[in-house]
Design a protein around this ligand. Structure first.
Ligand SMILES: [Zn+2]
Length: 480
């Protein structure tokens, strides 16, 4: 492991930092860390002034974790699924305590969707509770260091020497979660009321204490990290002045509002926005990502800075993008690429957020069908189709104003399906009723006798044997 030196240093720093509030804890060392053996973990908890503190910790990773996660993902691949799947597993719950596990897990599930965008997008989520039986009740180092318990997932407080850092064996958590229909995020809850938690963004996993009153708030904050890849917006735990590169996180930036606006960076489209349900107004507020200066956050306060606050708008936009990485706008409908009969019914079932509908627009040969705007089914028999191949397309788009980056909307929040309809009018169908039959013969003979142009099959202006012959050939052929 090439980074063992810095890693040891930073674990020591974590140990040292745990004793005094607001002292630096393990920080991003800015050097390569081997993420196969080391896990970058967020530990965030409420400090004395109500703001969060803690930071980034580098913990040794159980060696099978990457392989186990990949195996679980491979096993789930191809399973029909169009939801963000949260899987809750419990640790330190004995066989006789599974009812308590469900009580704790249900409390988290029922209260998770209390801030936007989770309130509106709750129907996009599915939460599965998986019973895990531990030999002993409770988890390690609860209530004090040195308490050891034999549990299924090896959850432990005082992880890396930090009291509130509640860690878990990632491979065991994923192995336990594997029986869920699908896994996008794992939440491991400890049978404990002791305050603590941790977020494992690269493993899509978070931990929480099952019976702590702040467990839900911590779980929401951790999902900000692991689902939204969001940075902490508090100012403790790192160098006082941030001097690094622009972080990838959507909610912190080294660029102030003028630079963002001029250069169209990060949340430039959100400057001064203030929307009910979100922390704001949006601007650039100095301090964030564990540093007090040299970096900006998007709102003065927010869920990524304090518990019991909503997310700010740039964070929400990012979360919506991440939700749409797992969920397609069209939940069900006529399969893409279908060849349809001209009297068929095409349909879509869009996803249904709370409070607004996805827009549904139908096109016939690239022309909007005005009468079908917003409709989830289209009766093709009502359309005036061209002879030959017709293309029907339906576009489903989430028009939420909580996304202003139209690239995100077009890349992740839009879905189209295209169908084709072949129309052919048989040349011998002189009556135009769609069938080639005796009535067409009769119509031909009448037209021929009347020297009606309908009977001039070869178009030479005369009514001769050649027209009769042409008609008979077309009649025998039947269709097109
Ligand atoms: Zn955090």
């Amino acid at each position: 492991m090439r980074s063992s030196g810095p890693l040891s240093f930073f674990l020591l720093a974590a140990l040292a930092g745990s004793a005094v509030a607001h002292e630096p804890v393990a920080q991003d060392p800015g050097v390569d860390i081997d993420l196969n053996t080391t896990e970058k973990v967020h530990g965030c908890w409420e400090g004395p002034n109500g703001e969060l503190e803690g930071g980034v910790f580098y913990l040794p990773m159980d060696k099978d974790a990457r392989a186990v996660i990949e195996a679980v993902e491979v096993a789930n691949r191809g399973v029909p699924d169009n939801r963000v799947d949260f899987v809750i597993v419990g640790d330190g719950y004995t066989a006789g305590e599974q009812a308590q596990f469900h009580t704790d897990a249900t409390a988290i599930a029922n209260n998770f969707f209390r801030y936007e965008p989770f309130i509106s997008y709750e129907p996009y989520f599915r939460i599965t509770q998986i019973e895990v039986v531990s030999p002993e009740s409770g988890v390690d180092n609860d209530p004090n260091q040195g308490v050891s318990r034999n549990t299924a997932l090896d959850m432990s407080y005082w992880c890396g020497g930090t009291e509130r850092l509640l860690c878990v064996n990632v491979s065991k958590a994923y192995t336990a979660a594997a029986s869920a229909p699908d896994i996008d995020q794992v939440i491991a809850i400890a049978n404990s009321s002791k305050y603590g938690g941790a977020g494992y963004p690269s493993s899509n996993l978070g931990t929480a204490a099952g019976q702590n009153s702040a467990a839900v708030e911590i779980a929401i904050h951790e999902m900000g990290h692991s689902l939204g890849d969001l940075a902490d917006e508090y100012t403790y735990g790192g160098p006082t002045n941030y001097s690094g590169n622009e972080p990838s996180d959507a909610n912190v930036s080294i660029y102030d509002r003028d630079e963002q606006t001029d250069q169209q960076r990060k949340w430039w489209q959100w400057m001064d926005a203030s929307v009910s349900g979100f922390d704001g107004p949006v601007s650039t507020y100095e301090g964030g990502n564990y540093s007090a200066s040299g970096i900006y956050r998007a709102s003065n306060n927010s869920m990524m800075r304090s518990l019991s606050r909503p997310f700010n708008l740039p964070s929400a936009e990012r979360l919506i993008r991440q939700i749409y990485l797992e969920v397609d706008p069209i939940d069900d409908g006529t399969p893409n690429g279908s060849v349809l009969e001209r009297d068929a019914m095409a349909w879509v079932q869009p996803m249904q957020p709370i409070g607004h509908d996805l827009s549904v627009t139908w096109y016939l040969n690239d022309q909007i069908i005005l009468s079908a705007i917003g409709q989830t089914q289209l009766d093709l028999s009502t359309l005036t189709l061209l002879d030959g191949e017709n293309t029907i397309r339906v576009d489903v788009v989430d028009p939420t104003p909580w996304v202003r980056n139209e690239t995100i909307r077009s890349n992740f929040m839009s879905e189209s399906r295209t169908f084709t309809v072949d129309v052919c009018t048989p040349a011998a169908d002189l009556t135009g009723d769609g069938n080639v039959d005796f009535f067409d013969v009769s119509a031909f003979l009448t037209a021929f006798n009347n020297q009606d142009p309908t009977a001039d099959m070869d178009g030479d202006g005369a009514y001769t044997f050649f027209d009769v012959s042409s008609f008979l050939v077309l009649f025998s052929a039947g269709g097109c």
